[in-house]
Design a protein around this ligand. Structure first.
Ligand SMILES: [Zn+2]
Ligand SMILES: [Zn+2]
Length: 178
């Protein structure tokens, strides 16, 4: 497991709750922290297998260009886009900082941080796995027979199954009776 950081990305942008900020603009900083298993990437030295820093920067840049009112919105949107781009992240943390907010006095900065953790153990084989709850595993959307889904719900509740275990159930009609 490795923690990967892209820290101190600076942007000039027009986000803010007050009209003044939306016109004059402000300085912002974005910090991104990603956790990912890098065993395979280190072995093959393939950038595509791990995190491409430039892609992370481009995602942040694109989000920071769209004017919004809240730092929370920026952090959430960056997080969603990074998850969409990079599958299999164990965890994710985004911090968005605004410098010299217009609060009527000298204030250096305000920041908001959002984070998420996506690791768990497969309910069937107990192997560590990642699930974003976004339709890549049966817990969310299922390329499975209806009876099989019911069988899984019965046995594993709302817990996730790893890819290998899902493979086992795909194309099979399994029910309690069988
Ligand atoms: Zn499994
Ligand atoms: Zn799942």
């Amino acid at each position: 497991m490795a923690l990967i950081a892209i820290e101190g990305m600076h942007f000039f942008a027009y986000h803010g709750f007050y009209e003044e900020e939306q016109i004059t603009g402000n300085n912002f900083q974005v910090d991104v922290y990603l956790e990912k298993s890098t065993a395979h990437a280190a072995a093959t030295d393939e950038l595509a297998k791990t995190i491409n820093y430039e892609t992370v920067y481009l995602i942040c840049e694109a989000v920071m260009k769209k004017k919004v009112r809240l730092l929370e919105t920026l952090a959430e949107t960056i997080g969603l886009n990074i998850k969409h781009q990079f599958k299999g992240l164990s965890s994710l943390k985004i911090r968005v900082t605004k410098f010299n907010p217009p609060l009527g006095g000298k204030v250096e900065k305000v920041w908001v941080e959002t984070s998420g953790s996506f690791t768990q153990k497969c309910a069937r084989c107990n192997k560590p796995m990642v699930c974003y709850k976004d339709g890549t595993c049966w817990c969310n959307s299922t390329p499975l027979y209806k009876k099989t889904t019911e069988h899984l719900r019965m046995n594993f509740g709302n817990k996730c199954l790893c890819k290998e275990c899902l493979q086992f159930y795909m194309g099979k009609e399994v029910s309690e009776e069988s």
